[in-house]
Design a protein around this ligand. Structure first.
Ligand SMILES: [Zn+2]
Length: 304
């Protein structure tokens, strides 16, 4: 069942849990994520970056997501992650995405407000939800990168939300995109998150919060991946953030790593196999496993 982020996140806000937003690029990813949602009876956000749109084509992605939504009873939305190009955002709204993110966090404050307001005007006319971002989340992901982390200021955020009327806000509280987030343990500014939630009273979004599970990284390495020493955000930190009012958590790197590890293992273990369906299935199964664990962590299991 296709719905909006606004509907999913309002329910999550009331129920004090978070909905996982999982980045997909193709058929295997979408099917693996929906399978996890069904097994967990969890609401789910399927999201694509502008990079995924470039890779797969917007019509393909919308058709895949709409088909998935038609075939499942699980409430799901299709969300554009980190929209930066207004043309792509407009195209996503027109093509059938039920939620979009306008990430103008890299431009000056007044310009961010202006761009976000424009997207809200386009989106709300069609019943599409809008996520905006204030402050910067470090690291890099697809086409988006930031060298510096600027944490979200509470008073500025209140002013921003009032001016733009966005439905959800991605806040910078110390997380970072990608697999190489921290040299050691992560450190989230939970006090700031608490203040933001109390002042804004709206669904807040956590980016850059992949856990980078060690067993998956080790598995990929065992079969030839050269990944160095990646670190993610701990399960305890994610749990604490959800408790303080995060209602959407983005997960991309963990799914990429699962796909990579599953694929490498299969190719190494079955050197005679060249049927792509057989080669890809273990990778998809590992994605399903990782997504299920996230849903349990975020408290969305059983909330469909
Ligand atoms: Zn992000």
């Amino acid at each position: 069942m296709l719905t909006t982020n606004k509907a999913l996140l309002a329910k999550a806000d009331k129920g004090k849990y978070a909905v996982g937003a999982f980045n997909v690029n193709n058929l295997e990813f979408i099917k693996a994520v929906i399978k996890a949602a069904e097994l967990e009876q969890s609401p789910v956000i399927v999201q694509t970056t502008e990079g995924a749109v470039k890779y797969a084509g917007i019509e393909y992605l919308v058709a895949l997501a709409k088909t998935a939504a038609k075939l499942t009873k699980i409430p799901m939305s299709l969300h554009l992650d980190h929209g930066r190009d207004l043309k792509v955002i407009k195209a996503a709204i027109d093509a059938g995405y039920t939620s979009v993110m306008i990430d103008a966090s890299h431009v000056p404050f007044e310009e961010n407000i202006k761009m976000t307001k424009q997207v809200v005007a386009w989106a709300h006319k069609k019943g599409v939800s809008v996520e905006a971002e204030l402050g910067t989340i470090g690291g890099s992901e697809d086409l988006v990168s930031a060298k510096q982390i600027i944490l979200t200021d509470v008073a500025t955020a209140v002013k921003f939300v009032k001016a733009t009327k966005c439905d959800a806000l991605a806040v910078a509280i110390g997380t970072s995109h990608g697999a190489y987030k921290f040299s050691g343990a992560s450190k989230l500014d939970l006090k700031r998150l608490d203040e933001l939630k109390k002042a804004l009273k709206m669904p807040l979004v956590l980016h850059g919060a992949s856990g980078i599970p060690k067993n998956i990284v080790d598995m990929a390495k065992q079969y030839g991946a050269q990944l160095g020493d990646p670190h993610g955000v701990s399960d305890e930190d994610v749990k604490a953030a959800v408790k303080l009012g995060i209602n959407k958590v983005n997960i991309d790197s963990d799914l990429r790593l699962a796909f990579d590890a599953g694929l490498r293992k299969e190719l190494a273990m079955e050197p005679k196999e060249f049927d792509p369906r057989k080669i890809l299935q273990p990778a998809a199964d590992l994605i399903t496993e990782v997504v299920r664990a996230k849903m349990q962590l975020l408290g969305s299991s059983g909330k469909a």
